[in-house]
Design a protein around this ligand. Sequence first.
Ligand code: AMP
Length: 284
Amino acid sequence: MINIVNTVEQVREQVKAWRKEGLTVGLVPTMGFLHEGHKSLIDKAVEENDRVVVSVFVNPTQFGPNEDFESYPRDMEKDAALCEAAGASLIFHPEPSDMYLDGYSTFVDMDTLTKGLCGKTRPIHFRGVCTVVSKLFNIVCPDKAYFGQKDAQQLAVIKHMVRDLNFGLEIVGCPIIREDDGLAKSSRNTYLNADERKAATVLNKALTKGKEAVMSGEKDAAKVKAIITDIIEKEPLAKIDYVEIVDWNNLEAVDSTEGDILTAIAVYIGKTRLIDNFIVEGRN
Ligand code: AMP
């Protein structure tokens, strides 16, 4: 069975032993309830490193007071089986009290990339993400860490943080893994009832039409946003949080779809907030 450890010291000891043998180490940070999306990150990490640590930690500091920290799905047994089958070497599964000691008061925050998109609706989210990811980088000291494009803003923020704070590791971005009907895989999809699950396909349908418009030469970002918005608004169970087109390099809003762009959306399906996106690079 794959080794599951709970304390920072246990991780440090194991990584130290690997380093003595001259082995490279990859890190895949997750909140658990793992699916094929997470597995694709672990697969890539296993391919590129001698040893892979998967962290499974539902991080309280990245959830707002009215968000789903308590109800976030958890299944450690299934997660362990998936990690083992994918060839990971160690699971780090701390308790919040292992990560945030009594009197904890140090946070990593960012002034720019965290303010728009999901940062608008989730004002403390990226402070929690940057803090926990910094801690994981310091605990594991990996050569490479793997993040999904599914959370595109998070990927951009982490890359920026690594640059700003001189973390000595490489960030590897991995493509979005989808269900057969196009819905981006997410641990939160489990919240959807049957009708909502059907309605949730509207995110990818709308983005696909938006991307088609960009690829066939539509340069007006407002027009592309309108195509996406119109499709989502026709779905009665969907309520738009945001539809945005930004520069993929700095997440600032753009008027034109030329260059490197991220088109990102957040949509409530019933009470469940889902996100999805596409990136188009180098068009002019
Ligand atoms: P989470 O457990 O939701 O915090 O996600 C952990 C990591 O898995 C993040 O880097 C996510 O971007 C990535 N991830 C989650 N879902 C997918 C997916 N459908 N495709 C690719 N990566 C994903």
